[in-house]
Design a protein around this ligand. Structure first.
Ligand code: PSU
Ligand code: MN
Length: 303
C-alpha cells in the first residue's frame, strides 16, 4: 500500500481524512466527464473539512490518495491505457501481483481504507442484493465486507435497480447499522425515498461522531455503519422518468444477458444514456453531497 503524503500526514496528526472509491469513476460515470467529476468529488470532501483519499490500484500498488496523474489513469484518460479493471476484495491481490491498474469498489475501498486507518468513506450508492437474487445469488460483496470492516460509508442508499427490501434485511443480518441523515426514510439513490422506513435518524455530523465513538467503546466497530444521505430535492430525478427508465433498463440487461460484475455498470450506463444526462446530473449531485457530508463527519470525529 502506498499512502499519499498529504493523507499520511493528516492521519499521523489525527486530522480528518475521507476515503473515496474509484469504480464510480472508471465504471459508474461516462468518459471524459468522469475525470473532472472525480476532482469535484475530492473538492467536496475538502469543503466538508477533510483530506480526500481516493483509493485505487495503480501499476500493482494499492494507493490511498491519488495524485492528478493517477486519477487520470483510473479515469482512463491517459492514451494507451489498458482497460481499467473493476476490483473487488477478491481481485485486489491478483491485480496487484500482476502490476495492473484497477478501480476499487465500495468493498475493496472499505477494506483498504480501514487497513490504512481511515474510518470515514464516501460513495454514491452501496451495492446490494440484485433483483432475482433468489435464482442468480447475485449479492454485492459490499455487504459482507461491511459486516467485518470498521468503516462508516456515506451513501445515498442503494440504487433502485436492486432489491432494496432484501438489501436492508441483509444489512440487518450482517450487523451493519443504517442511519438516515435528516430523514426517516431509506433513500433510493436517484430518488429521496426508496419506500422503506429507517429506525435511526441523525440530524448533525456530531451525532454520527458520537455513534462512532460509542461503537469503539462497545466493540461493535468491527462492523461497518451506513450513513444514508438523500439527494437534495432540487437534484432528484423525475419520478416518472425514473420508473420508465428502471423498467426498460432491467429488461435491457436481461435481454443482453449481462452477468456478474457487469450488471451494475450496464444499468448505470443505460440510465445515463436513456435520460439524456438527467440521471448523470443527479448522480454527480448526490456523490458530491455525500463527499461533503463525509468530510463534515470526519471533521466532527477529529474534534
Ligand atoms: N453505485 C453507484 N455507482 C457505482 C457503484 C455503485 O452509484 O459505480 C459501484 C460501486 O463501486 C459498488 C459497485 O461497490 O458498483 C457494486 O458492484 P457489484 O454490484 O458488482 O458488487
Ligand atoms: Mn454482483
Amino acid at each position: 500500500m502506498l499512502i499519499h503524503p498529504e493523507v499520511a500526514e493528516a492521519l499521523d496528526a489525527g486530522r480528518p481524512v475521507v476515503a473515496l472509491e474509484s469504480t464510480i469513476i472508471s465504471h459508474g460515470l461516462p468518459r471524459p466527464d468522469n475525470l473532472r467529476i472525480a476532482r469535484e468529488i475530492e473538492a467536496s470532501v475538502r469543503e466538508g473539512g477533510a483530506v480526500p483519499a481516493t483509493v485505487a490500484v495503480v501499476d500493482g500498488e494499492a494507493r490511498i490518495g491519488l495524485d492528478d496523474d493517477a486519477l487520470a489513469r483510473v479515469a482512463g484518460a491517459a492514451t494507451g491505457e489498458r482497460e481499467v479493471v473493476k476490483v473487488s476484495v477478491r481481485d485486489v491481490a491478483v491485480v496487484a501481483a500482476r502490476g495492473g491498474v484497477g478501480a476499487t469498489t465500495v468493498a475493496s475501498t472499505a477494506h483498504l481504507a480501514a487497513r490504512a486507518g481511515i474510518r470515514v468513506f464516501a460513495t454514491g450508492g452501496l451495492g446490494g442484493v440484485h433483483r432475482g437474487a433468489r435464482e442468480t445469488w447475485d449479492e454485492s460483496a459490499d455487504l459482507t465486507t461491511l459486516s467485518r470492516t470498521p468503516v462508516l460509508v456515506v451513501c445515498a442508499g442503494v440504487k433502485s435497480i436492486l432489491d432494496v427490501a432484501a438489501t436492508l434485511e441483509r444489512l440487518e443480518t450482517l450487523n451493519v447499522g443504517v442511519l438516515g441523515y435528516r430523514t426517516d426514510r431509506f433513500p433510493g439513490f436517484y430518488r429521496r425515498d426508496s419506500g422503506h422506513p429507517l429506525y435511526w435518524r441523525v440530524d448533525e455530523p456530531d451525532e454520527v461522531a458520537a455513534v462512532l465513538r460509542a461503537q469503539d467503546e462497545l466493540g461493535t466497530s468491527a462492523y461497518g455503519l451506513v450513513l444514508a444521505n438523500p439527494v437534495d430535492e432540487t437534484d432528484e430525478l423525475d419520478h416518472d422518468l425514473h420508473e420508465q427508465t428502471l423498467t426498460a433498463g432491467l429488461a435491457a440487461a436481461d435481454a443482453a444477458g449481462v452477468h456478474g460484475k457487469d450488471v451494475t455498470p450496464f444499468l448505470l450506463d443505460f440510465f445515463h444514456r436513456e435520460t439524456h444526462g438527467a440521471s448523470l446530473a443527479t448522480n454527480v449531485a448526490l456523490v458530491r453531497s455525500n463527499a461533503r457530508l463525509a468530510g463534515e463527519v470526519a471533521a466532527a470525529r477529529a474534534r
